[in-house]
Design a protein around this ligand. Structure first.
Ligand code: NAD
Length: 394
């Protein structure tokens, strides 16, 4: 992660986060460990818990405690009570900055730890679903501090969501099932940043890709990209592999299960495990078998088998290793620079959801290009003048 490393080296010299308590609720992976190390190098005290009960790499959690002095509250496969107890443990450290992936830390803080809100200078949010929740909190007039929406940086969603999740969601499916993608019908629910990446990579692997959308513009985009676009139930009846990436709930539900083919593989790449209506699937199943690690086979009353991956949780993190380090480098560079931005602002930013400042976004792209050894041109003075003038036309 060369970009994060260069930020870490500067942070070691400049200590922009000196003495700051940071509460992190992020997937406990090697990439997150690098982010935590960068924040610690900047002078922060870090407490970390998981953003999902299945995402923790226990060796990484242990290493962060043993070698870096972070307080880590996370165990792979923890139950929901433990998951929330760990969030509370991070809040017990009275964070001055929050760093979330899905907004569980900030929502718990607002719902049950109001006394700790006064300590908080600001926060950052990693993912689309977290930003949806924060905007809802803001609209309700209850968001108590400024949160930088890291997902909205171009160097985040254009790369992490599209190329990172596009690749790693398929990696999770392949590790769990060893299925051949070529010649299969892959149905992608949601043609947003993640869905576009998944569709692109599945097409590249020789699959026939079908897209389901509710947004007419994105559905049109999928059609003009050459994908078949169908309503969900019609798509469910022809899909070999069905993947949700919408940020919504019950996207695949009873009517879809009833239409599915025998042997269908079902999984989710969206943040929360509500995209597939699992209670409905359990109701329809007469038997459930653990056929491979991360593959639960549901045998329906008529004998059809539906293979659910990773309990409907985010498949690239639960069944593989999450997004590759090369792409998390950009996302977490945004996180580190957003934390520095909030620390500098010292609580003066108004409460609400804020975009990532353009300079941070551009800086992350510049550093990434430099790490890749790619050089680009700059505008000439004449070009810059032309692009900012109104006088010249036809
Ligand atoms: N697995 C990962 O590594 C990873 C990485 C980034 C984001 N995410 C998560 O993935 C989800 C999607 O993120 P995104 O950035 O692609 O969001 P996005 O907003 O760009 O796209 C979501 C798309 O889903 C569509 N949609 C919503 N409800 C639908 C439904 N019922 N049927 C069909 N389409 C529907 C929307 O119209 C939209 O086009 C979010 O939960 C996000 O937090 C996961």
């Amino acid at each position: 992660m060369p970009v994060l490393r260069s930020i870490r080296e500067r942070f070691e010299r400049e200590r922009p986060l000196d003495g700051l308590r940071i509460g992190m609720c992020l997937h406990v992976t090697a990439e997150t460990a690098n982010l935590a190390r960068t924040l610690i190098a900047g002078g922060a005290q870090v407490a970390l818990c998981a953003a999902n009960p299945l995402d923790t790499q226990d060796d990484v959690a242990a290493a962060l405690v043993a070698s870096d002095g972070a307080a880590v509250h996370a165990i792979h496969g923890e139950d929901m009570a433990t998951y929330y107890r760990h969030i509370e443990a991070v809040l017990d450290t009275r964070p001055q900055l929050t760093m979330d992936d899905g907004a569980d830390l900030v929502s718990t803080l607002h719902a049950s730890r109001a006394e700790a809100l006064a300590d908080v200078l600001g926060g950052t949010e990693e993912t689309t679903s977290g930003i949806v929740r924060l905007r809802a909190l803001e609209t309700a007039g209850q968001l108590a501090f400024a949160v930088v929406a890291v997902n909205e940086a171009r160097t985040k969603h254009l790369f992490d969501n599209r190329y990172g999740t596009g690749q790693s969601a398929l990696d999770g499916i392949l590790r769990a099932t060893n299925v051949l993608l070529a010649g299969r019908v892959v149905v992608v629910f949601g043609f947003g940043w993640c869905g576009q990446g998944i569709a692109l990579r599945a097409k590249g692997a020789g699959a026939q890709v079908v897209v389901c959308e509710v947004d007419p513009v994105r559905a049109l985009e999928a059609k003009l990209e050459g994908y078949e676009v169908l309503p969900g139930v019609a798509a469910a009846s022809k899909g070999d592999i069905l993947i949700t990436a919408t940020g919504g709930r019950d996207v695949i539900r009873r009517e879809h299960y009833e239409a599915m083919r025998d042997g269908a593989i079902l999984c989710n790449a969206g943040h929360f495990d509500v995209e597939c209506d699992l209670p409905a699937l359990r109701e329809l199943s007469r038997e459930r078998l653990e056929v491979r690690p991360h593959v639960e086979q549901h045998v329906l009353a008529d004998g059809r088998r539906i293979n659910l991956l990773a309990e409907g949780r985010v498949v690239n993190l639960a069944a593989a290793e999450g997004n590759p380090a090369a792409v998390m480098d950009m996302s977490f560079a945004n996180q580190a620079l957003a934390a520095e931005h909030l620390a500098k602002a010292g609580g003066t930013l108004p409460a609400g959801v804020h975009g990532v400042p353009r300079e941070i976004d551009d800086e992350v792209a510049r550093l990434t290009l430099a790490a890749l050894g790619v050089e680009i041109d700059a505008l000439t003075d004449e070009q810059r003048a032309y692009l900012t003038a109104w006088e010249q036309g036809t």
